[in-house]
Design a protein around this ligand. Structure first.
Ligand code: ZN
Ligand code: ZN
Ligand code: FE
Length: 763
C-alpha cells in the first residue's frame, strides 16, 4: 500500500491594482516556494490564478498571499473556489486571456525603489548613474500612458527598442524587471541633454554633472521630471531664490523644497512619524511641515508662513542631482508662470520658460499625461490630501455603491474632474485654475484622456451652478448626456460623504471662500442637512457685502471695512485702532458709498472673507498675493493660551434659518486691539470663538433634525486649528465626525461630490 498525497486545487480571482506592479512574479514566487503547480494570467478584471498541491501548502499560499502583496498592488476583492485536480507539472505565467483589459487599473507613478537606487549608485552595475533606471516596483506609469492596455507599445517608451540584455530581464519571471514596461538602460533607453535658454544643446560629457555645477553656482535650471518640468535653484542661495521669485511673478507664496534625506529635511522642519512615512511612501508627495531653523534656508523660500512644503528625491535623476553634496536642498517649484499648468514638452518648456530659467535639463522620454507634485499634510493624526496628483492618480476612490457612468467637471479654482465606473470614482490630477487658456486646454485633454484610458462613456454630466465658471460653460455646450447642475457646498459635503462611505442624511459644515448660492449670493459659511438627493440650508454666516466683488478677495481691507460698516455704521471712522487710523479717508468714503448703494457689492456668507476681515483689522495683512494668504497668516501668528477665552458670536433665528452673527465678536475684537493685546492672542481668541459658535450651531441643528453625523468640508478646513478643534469639540458633544483624507477638502474635491449627487438625481 502506498501513501497518496491528497492534492487540493483552488481557483482564485483577484481584482484591483494587480497589473504592472509585479503581481504575477510575486505569485509565481509564492507558488513555487510552496511547491504548487498551476498558472496565473491577467484578465479584464485583474488576475486569475489556479494552484494545486498538498493541502497544507495550498493553505499556506492562501494565507500568505494577501499579507505579502507587492507594495504597489491594491486588492479590492479575492474570490477562492474549489477546483478539480488538473495534475499540471509546473507553475506558469500564461499570456493574457482575451484582449479585453477594460476593468484593469493603471498604477500611479512610483518613486524609485531601494533596489534600483542601490544599482544607480553602484559603479559595478550596468545602470550606474543611468537616470531612467526602473523596475516592476518603481518608475513612471500614468504619465507615460497613451492608451490601454498598459503595454510598452501604448506608452511613450514605445519609441525605444529594448537591447538584448533588457529584453532578457523583461522576459524572465524571476527577474525584478519582468514585464516592467518602461525597462531601459543607457544603451537602449532615453537620455538627457543640457540646453541653454534658447533651446540650443550644450556639448558636455555629463549633462547631469554639469547641471549640478550650474545649480551650485546659483543658476536657475528647468529640469524635466516625471509629470512635468521643475524650476530648480539652490535653496540656500538668497539672491538666486529671490531672482526666481521675481521672474516667476510669485511674490510670497512658499516654494517647495527637495532635500536628499529625512535628516536633511529635519535641518529646517519638524517631522512626525506620519510625515516621515508619507515622505518615503511610493508617491513621494510634498508634505507640508512646520518650519524650525530658518538659517538653513534662504529667507525668500517661504516668508510669513508657518509651513513649508518638503519632499524627497523621487526619480533617479533627482538622486543624481544630490549625489555630489554640492548644496543641501533645492527649491523645486512647478515649471510654469503663476497659475498656468506645468510644462511637459521640451520645445514648449523652452518657449514658455526661457525667461524664467537659465538652462534646461531635458530628456527624450515624453510625458503624455501631465501631473503636478501632490501636496499632503498631516492633521488630527492622519494624512490629508491638499493637491492630489502625481503618485495617487489614477488610483480610484472606492465607493460603497455602484453608480451609473458620470462625468463631473468640478469648479473653477483648483479644478479636478471625476469619472465614475461601477464602484470606483476616478479623480483626475490637479488641473488648476481654469481662468487661463492653458489650463482650459489641459482641462479638455484631461476629460478626453481619462475617458480613453478608463473606457467610460458617461451618461450623466455634473457641473457647478455658477453660470460663469469655464467648467460650467463647457458642460452646457455638451450634447448627448443628461446634465445636472450641483450646488457648490452640497458637492463639498457629498464628497466627504462619498469618501467616508456614508449614505442617508448628514449634517454638513461647508466652510470655504466662494461658492454660487441658490439665491445668487456668494455662499461659504454653510451648515446643511443633506443626502445625495438634496439639501436644506439650516444655518449660515450672516450676509455682508463684498465691495468691488472679486477686488474684495485680493484686498482683505475691503472686507474689514465692510464688516465694520455693518456693525458700527459710519462711526467706524471714529474707532481708535491702527487699522482705521491707517485708512485713506477719501478712498474709504468712496467704498462706503459703493456698499450703501449696493454697486458691485454681492452679499456673502463666506468663511474666507470673515477670516480676511479679522486678519486685516488685526494688522496681519491688508492685501494678498496668493489665495487665502491672509487666513493662512492669521493662523500662523496664533499663540497658545489657556482655554475658554474665545470671542463671542451670536446665533439668531431668521425665519427658521440660524444666522451666525459676528457683531459681538467684532466689538470684542476692537476692544482687544485698542487695549494693545498681542496679535497672537487675538488670533487665538478669534479661532476659539469661531469653533465655539460652530459647535453651538451643531447642537441647535441636532435638536431640530436629530442628525448626529457631521461632515466637515470646504477649503477653510485646511486651517488645522479649525479642523482639529471643531472635530474634538463635536466628538466630545456626542457627534460622529467625518473628515477628508484621500480627497482634498478644498475645491479639488468637489467633482467627486458632484458625481455622487448627479448619479442620484431624479427629475
Ligand atoms: Zn525599482
Ligand atoms: Zn537596454
Ligand atoms: Fe469650495
Amino acid at each position: 500500500m502506498s501513501l497518496v498525497t491528497v492534492l487540493m486545487r483552488k481557483a482564485i480571482e483577484i481584482a484591483g491594482i494587480v497589473q504592472g506592479v509585479g503581481f504575477r512574479p510575486f505569485i509565481y514566487r509564492l507558488a513555487t516556494e510552496n511547491h504548487l503547480t498551476g498558472f496565473i494570467t491577467n484578465t479584464e478584471a485583474g488576475v486569475s490564478i489556479e494552484v494545486e498541491g498538498a493541502t497544507p501548502e495550498v493553505e499556506a499560499f492562501l494565507a500568505r498571499l494577501p499579507k505579502e502583496v507587492p507594495p504597489l498592488a491594491h486588492i479590492t476583492s479575492i474570490a477562492v473556489t474549489d477546483w478539480p485536480s488538473n495534475h499540471d507539472i509546473d507553475f506558469r505565467i500564461l499570456p493574457s486571456r482575451s484582449g479585453d483589459t477594460r476593468r484593469v487599473l493603471i498604477s500611479p507613478d512610483v518613486a524609485i525603489c531601494g533596489d534600483c537606487l542601490t544599482e544607480l549608485l553602484n559603479p559595478a552595475d550596468r545602470r550606474f548613474r543611468y537616470p531612467f533606471i526602473n523596475c516592476t516596483n518603481c518608475g513612471p506609469r500614468y504619465t507615460i500612458v497613451r492608451d490601454i492596455p498598459y503595454d510598452r507599445a501604448k506608452t511613450s517608451m514605445a519609441a525605444f527598442l529594448m537591447c538584448p540584455e533588457c529584453q532578457r530581464e523583461y522576459d524572465d519571471p524571476r527577474n525584478r524587471r519582468f514585464h516592467a514596461q518602461p525597462n531601459a538602460c543607457g544603451i537602449c533607453g532615453p537620455h538627457v541633454e543640457l540646453w541653454d535658454n534658447q533651446g540650443r544643446p550644450i556639448e558636455v560629457a555629463d549633462p547631469i554633472q554639469k547641471t549640478v555645477e550650474l545649480l551650485a553656482a546659483g543658476e536657475i535650471v528647468a529640469i524635466k521630471g516625471l509629470g512635468g518640468f521643475h524650476l530648480a535653484v539652490d535653496a540656500m542661495n538668497e539672491a538666486s531664490v529671490a531672482r526666481l521669485r521675481d521672474r516667476k511673478r510669485r511674490v510670497e507664496k512658499p516654494f517647495a523644497i527637495m532635500a536628499p534625506s529625512l535628516a536633511a529635511i529635519e535641518n529646517f522642519c519638524r517631522l512626525d512619524d506620519i510625515s516621515r512615512d508619507l515622505l518615503q511612501s511610493p508617491a513621494h508627495p510634498i508634505v507640508l511641515s512646520e518650519k524650525t531653523q530658518l538659517e538653513h534656508l534662504a529667507p525668500s523660500v517661504a516668508p510669513f508662513n508657518r509651513y513649508l512644503g518638503v519632499f524627497l528625491p523621487y526619480t533617479p535623476l533627482h538622486h543624481l542631482l544630490f549625489a555630489g553634496e554640492r548644496y543641501s536642498a533645492l527649491v523645486m517649484t512647478s515649471g510654469n508662470i503663476s497659475e498656468e499648468p506645468i510644462a511637459i514638452d521640451n520645445a514648449e518648456a523652452v518657449e514658455r520658460l526661457h525667461a524664467l530659467a537659465d538652462y534646461f535639463l531635458v530628456h527624450n522620454r515624453d510625458i503624455l499625461l501631465r501631473a503636478d507634485d501632490s501636496v499632503v499634510r498631516v492633521a488630527g493624526g492622519r494624512a490629508r490630501q491638499v493637491r492630489r496628483s502625481r503618485g495617487y492618480v489614477p488610483a480610484p476612490i472606492f465607493l460603497s455603491q455602484e453608480l451609473p457612468p458620470v462625468l463631473a467637471v468640478g469648479g473653477e479654482m483648483k479644478n479636478t474632474i471625476c469619472l465614475t465606473r461601477g464602484r470606483e470614482a476616478f479623480l483626475s490630477q490637479h488641473i488648476g485654475d481654469l481662468e487661463n487658456l492653458e489650463s482650459y486646454k489641459f482641462f479638455g485633454s484631461t476629460v478626453a484622456g481619462l475617458q480613453r484610458i478608463l473606457e467610460v462613456e458617461p451618461k450623466i454630466l455634473a457641473y457647478d451652478l455658477h453660470p460663469d465658471y469655464f467648467s460650467t460653460r463647457w458642460a452646457l455646450g455638451q450634447v448627448g448626456m443628461e446634465r445636472v447642475g450641483v450646488q457648490h457646498h452640497h458637492a463639498h459635503i457629498a464628497s466627504c460623504m462619498a469618501e467616508n462611505h456614508l449614505d442617508g442624511r448628514v449634517m454638513g459644515f461647508a466652510l470655504d471662500g466662494t461658492g454660487y448660492g441658490l439665491d445668487g449670493n456668494v455662499w461659504g459659511g454653510e451648515v446643511l442637512a443633506c443626502d445625495y438627493r438634496g439639501f436644506e440650508r439650516l444655518a449660515h454666516l450672516q450676509y455682508i457685502p463684498m465691495p468691488g466683488g472679486t477686488a474684495a478677495i485680493v484686498e482683505p481691507r475691503r472686507m474689514a471695512i465692510s464688516y465694520l460698516f455693518h456693525h458700527f455704521g459710519r462711526e467706524l471712522l471714529a474707532l481708535d485702532i491702527p487699522f482705521v487710523r491707517g485708512l485713506n479717508r477719501r478712498r474709504t468714503e468712496t467704498l462706503l458709498e459703493v456698499i450703501e448703494r449696493g454697486v458691485n457689492s454681492p452679499l456673502t456668507s463666506s468663511t474666507g472673507r470673515l477670516f480676511d476681515a479679522v486678519a486685516a483689522m488685526a494688522g496681519v495683512r491688508e492685501q494678498i498675493n496668493y489665495e487665502a494668504q491672509a487666513a493662512i497668516e492669521l493662523e500662523a501668528v496664533m499663540e497658545e493660551i489657556p482655554q475658554g477665552v474665545g470671542y463671542p458670536f451670536a446665533i439668531r433665528d431668521e425665519e427658521g434659518v440660524w444666522i451666525i452673527d459676528s457683531r459681538p465678536m467684532f466689538l470684542a475684537l476692537v476692544r482687544d486691539i485698542r487695549a494693545g493685546v498681542p496679535i497672537g492672542i487675538i488670533s487665538r481668541r478669534f479661532h476659539s470663538g469661531f469653533v465655539d459658535v460652530l459647535a453651538r450651531t451643531a447642537e441647535l441643528v441636532r435638536e431640530r433634525t436629530r442628525l448626529d453625523r457631521v461632515c466637515l468640508s470646504g477649503g477653510s478646513f485646511q486651517n488645522c486649528f479649525l479642523s482639529e478643534h471643531l472635530q474634538t469639540r463635536l466628538e466630545r458633544n456626542g457627534f460622529q465626525v467625518f473628515t477628508h483624507a484621500e480627497v482634498p477638502c478644498g475645491d479639488g474635491g468637489i467633482s467627486l461630490g458632484q458625481a455622487l449627487i448627479a448619479a442620484h438625481h431624479t427629475d
